[in-house]
Design a protein around this ligand. Structure first.
Ligand code: KG4
Length: 410
């Protein structure tokens, strides 16, 4: 089976193609049948440069860029997967009628229609069995472009559509890329209950996972998401967007010599670290950075030393809160696994400190985190999740699929 997966939930235009095969593993005397996932292509077209000057994602611009990019990314993705086959220009009446109908489906996506029409006329239907698409949560205008695009492909190529929850996909990104072995691990009952920490630019959630399809949000941010906090504080410091990698890069530049002496102490709060619930709040942290920045003389706040020290403290504050609350949740819910996911899970310091803490305090708990390339938005994770939904028969008539900006996992 081959799945084409689409994600346009935020500012990256993502298309991936996954092949799912049956594989037989010789396990001692007994053979085991497993699913093997092969990523035929995984394209992420980043809009970071466009949003740079806003210090965050500008939804109307992101939507326009998705409309411009999707057909190109599709072509690139099909070509990499060796599924793009030209045909003699199709001028048949049947095709013309279909194109007219397509224009109706894409009535709000004029640029996309113009690009897609060329693909349908010039290329054969690729050997794909289904389309998986993110329907939420995310930025509503961006989600709709992806959903309408999926509907257009589904209609023209007569393919089923699997609507996917983006947060669920961040969790199941843990199945990539060695999906076959990880699929077995995650399917094993021994790993549940699991506590999942999903930290991205738009979401910060602690989720209790009872099995593949049973989730409960036990805590979430009351204001800014952890990634948003990285982005906003980076902007205060004059660093580039996205702020997470920019801050992480400055934080590692701190020399071993005691920088503490060079700049009067920077100490940021750890918001809600001791609250009894599992909620988070990061807007106060951003305000604390702004106050500290404002009170410093220009010469200090623009110095490399100040920026590096502040970057390290911002990163540490976010790590402290995320780790402490996740560990407490894992203890209280007697979790057998802790799973990370989302763009902020790409942070090397967070990954390292989590590992150390789990080994020290919860040595029986299994710790899974996606490969760094599968933490930030990508469509490969949508494909794996889509496949899982497919197994559960969660396929929809494409006409009924809607984008849902505030889609919840539970
Ligand atoms: O999951 P993602 O790609 O998109 C959303 O769905 O939001 O996450 C993007 C967020 C951005 O806020 C970005 O600053 C953050 O993830 N991020 C990081 C790192 N890489 C990306 N934050 C901290 N450290 C990183 N290495």
């Amino acid at each position: 089976m081959i799945i084409l997966a689409i994600d346009t939930s935020c500012d990256d235009t993502c298309i991936a193609i996954l092949k799912i095969k049956n594989k037989t593993l010789p396990a001692g005397k007994q053979e085991t049948k497993i699913k093997s996932f092969e990523i035929l292509s995984n394209i992420v077209s980043s809009q970071a440069k466009i949003h740079q000057k806003y210090g965050g994602v500008y939804p109307a611009l992101a939507k326009r860029e998705h409309q411009r990019n999707l057909a190109l990314v599709l072509k690139q993705s099909l070509s990499e997967a060796k599924l793009l086959k030209s045909k003699i220009k199709d001028k048949k009446l049947k095709t013309q009628i279909k194109i007219q109908k397509l224009e109706k489906i894409l009535k709000r996506e004029k640029i996309l229609f113009d690009h897609l029409k060329k693909i349908f006329i010039n290329y054969q239907k690729p050997k794909i069995d289904a389309i998986a698409v993110t329907i939420g949560p995310g930025l509503e205008p961006c989600l709709w472009v992806g959903v309408n695009f999926a509907k257009a492909l589904g209609f023209f190529w007569n393919l089923k559509i699997i609507p996917v929850n983006h947060i669920n996909a961040h969790i199941l990104a843990n199945l990539l890329p060695q999906a076959s072995s990880n699929f077995q691990i995650l399917n094993s009952k021994k790993l549940f209950p699991a506590i999942c920490l999903i930290v991205s630019g738009g979401n910060t959630q602690l989720i209790l996972m009872k099995n593949f399809r049973q989730y409960k949000i036990i805590g979430e941010t009351r204001d800014d998401a952890a990634g948003e906090c990285f982005d906003k504080t980076a902007r205060i410091l004059g660093l580039s967007y996205p702020g997470g990698p920019a801050i992480a890069m400055q934080a590692v530049k701190i020399p071993k010599s005691n920088i503490q002496n060079l700049i009067s102490k920077i100490k940021l709060p750890r918001p809600m670290i001791n609250s009894k619930d599992y909620d988070f709040s990061f807007s106060g942290l951003k305000t604390a950075v702004l106050y500290d920045f404002k009170k410093r003389p220009k010469k200090v706040k623009t110095s490399k030393k100040y920026i590096r020290k502040m970057a390290k403290e911002i990163q540490q504050s976010i790590c402290d809160v995320l780790i402490k609350k996740t560990i407490r949740a894992a203890k209280n819910y007697k979790a057998r696994t802790i799973l990370l996911g989302g763009g902020v899970a790409a942070n090397k310091e967070l990954r390292k400190q989590f590992k150390e803490k789990i080994e020290k305090e919860l040595s029986n708990v299994q710790y899974l985190m996606p490969n760094i390339q599968f933490c930030t938005d990508n469509a490969a994770m949508i494909g794996v999740t889509g496949y899982y939904y497919w197994l559960k028969n969660e396929i929809k008539n494409w006409k009924k699929i809607m984008a849902k900006a505030n889609l919840r996992i539970n």
